[in-house]
Design a protein around this ligand. Structure first.
Ligand code: NAD
Length: 243
């Protein structure tokens, strides 16, 4: 029994309109959280919230660019202003980047770092006051196995952004304990719009991952029961030995 989740507990999921974000939102709703889905894609995020509500969950959609500091502050204020507490943050929104050192533009480097890494700072900063006020919180950030494998040769900015998430996770875990735990998940290849790969070669469990595979782990880390796990990066990849 998860005693800390009450009718006012909100889980914020960035990039919640589809893919891993939506799969995680479904799993968090099943744990009893209200969902605040944040995404750039207005129509898709509204539809995603509607799908959750159709299952009986409480869900709201917010249109925001996660790389924008002020927008994170505004959305968090709006949620907390409705007399609710933000207890879970899933930093999930992200983009790919497919140019190596000699091809990547400065703009693509900055955009990748801003959307994949600075977003985690923006949103942690926006929601942690509410977590501290209510006495408990869970921050989970979606990194990647590319954070330690380096990804493919062309994934320079992507790998850098995902490694940055691990440093931030460990640093925040030290700063925010004991009431807030901070962990990262490193997915392998997950079937979503972002990843068109269909070949499961080099994956021990013989298949690609699904958003639900990640959602299960998100829901576990988000509950108040694992009280002694923080500062960790958990790989969820069916053991992918060829990246
Ligand atoms: N799919 C994989 O194989 C895989 C593997 C490892 C890590 N990841 C990571 O998982 C996360 C989710 O990936 P996915 O595969 O579900 O991708 P996806 O493209 O299906 O979903 C990403 C969502 O983030 C939103 N988004 C993108 N930029 C945004 C911004 N600036 N502001 C707000 N929302 C924004 C998109 O609109 C989209 O709804 C990403 O961080 C990705 O790097 C994915």
């Amino acid at each position: 029994m998860n005693t800390k989740i009450n009718t006012n507990s909100v889980a914020v999921v960035t990039g919640g309109a589809r893919g891993i974000g939506f799969g995680s939102a479904v799993a968090l709703a099943a744990k009893g959280f209200h969902l605040a889905l944040v995404d750039l894609r207005e129509e898709a995020v509204n539809e995603a919230a509607e799908k959750l509500r159709a299952t009986g969950a409480q869900a709201e959609a917010f249109v925001a660019d996660v790389s924008d500091f002020a927008q994170a502050q505004d959305v968090a204020k709006e949620i907390v202003g409705q007399d609710r507490s933000i207890n879970v943050l899933l930093n999930n929104a992200g983009i790919g980047s497919s140019n190596g050192l000699l091809e990547i533009s400065e703009a693509e480097w900055d955009r990748t770092i801003d959307i994949n890494l600075k977003s985690c700072f923006n949103w942690s900063r926006a929601v942690v006051p509410s977590m501290l006020d209510s006495g408990w919180g869970r921050i989970i950030s979606i990194s990647s196995i590319a954070s330690y494998s380096g990804g493919t040769v062309s994934k320079l900015a992507y790998a850098a952004s995902k490694s940055g998430i691990l440093g931030m996770t460990r640093s925040l875990a030290k700063e925010l304990g004991p009431s807030i735990t901070v962990n990262a998940i490193c997915p392998g290849t997950i079937s979503t719009a972002m990843n068109p790969k269909t070949d499961a070669e080099g994956i021990s469990l013989g298949r690609l991952g699904t958003p639900e595979d990640i959602g299960q782990v998100v829901a576990f880390l988000a509950s108040s029961d694992p009280n002694f796990i923080t500062g960790q990066a958990l790989t969820v990849d069916g053991f992918q030995y060829i990246t």
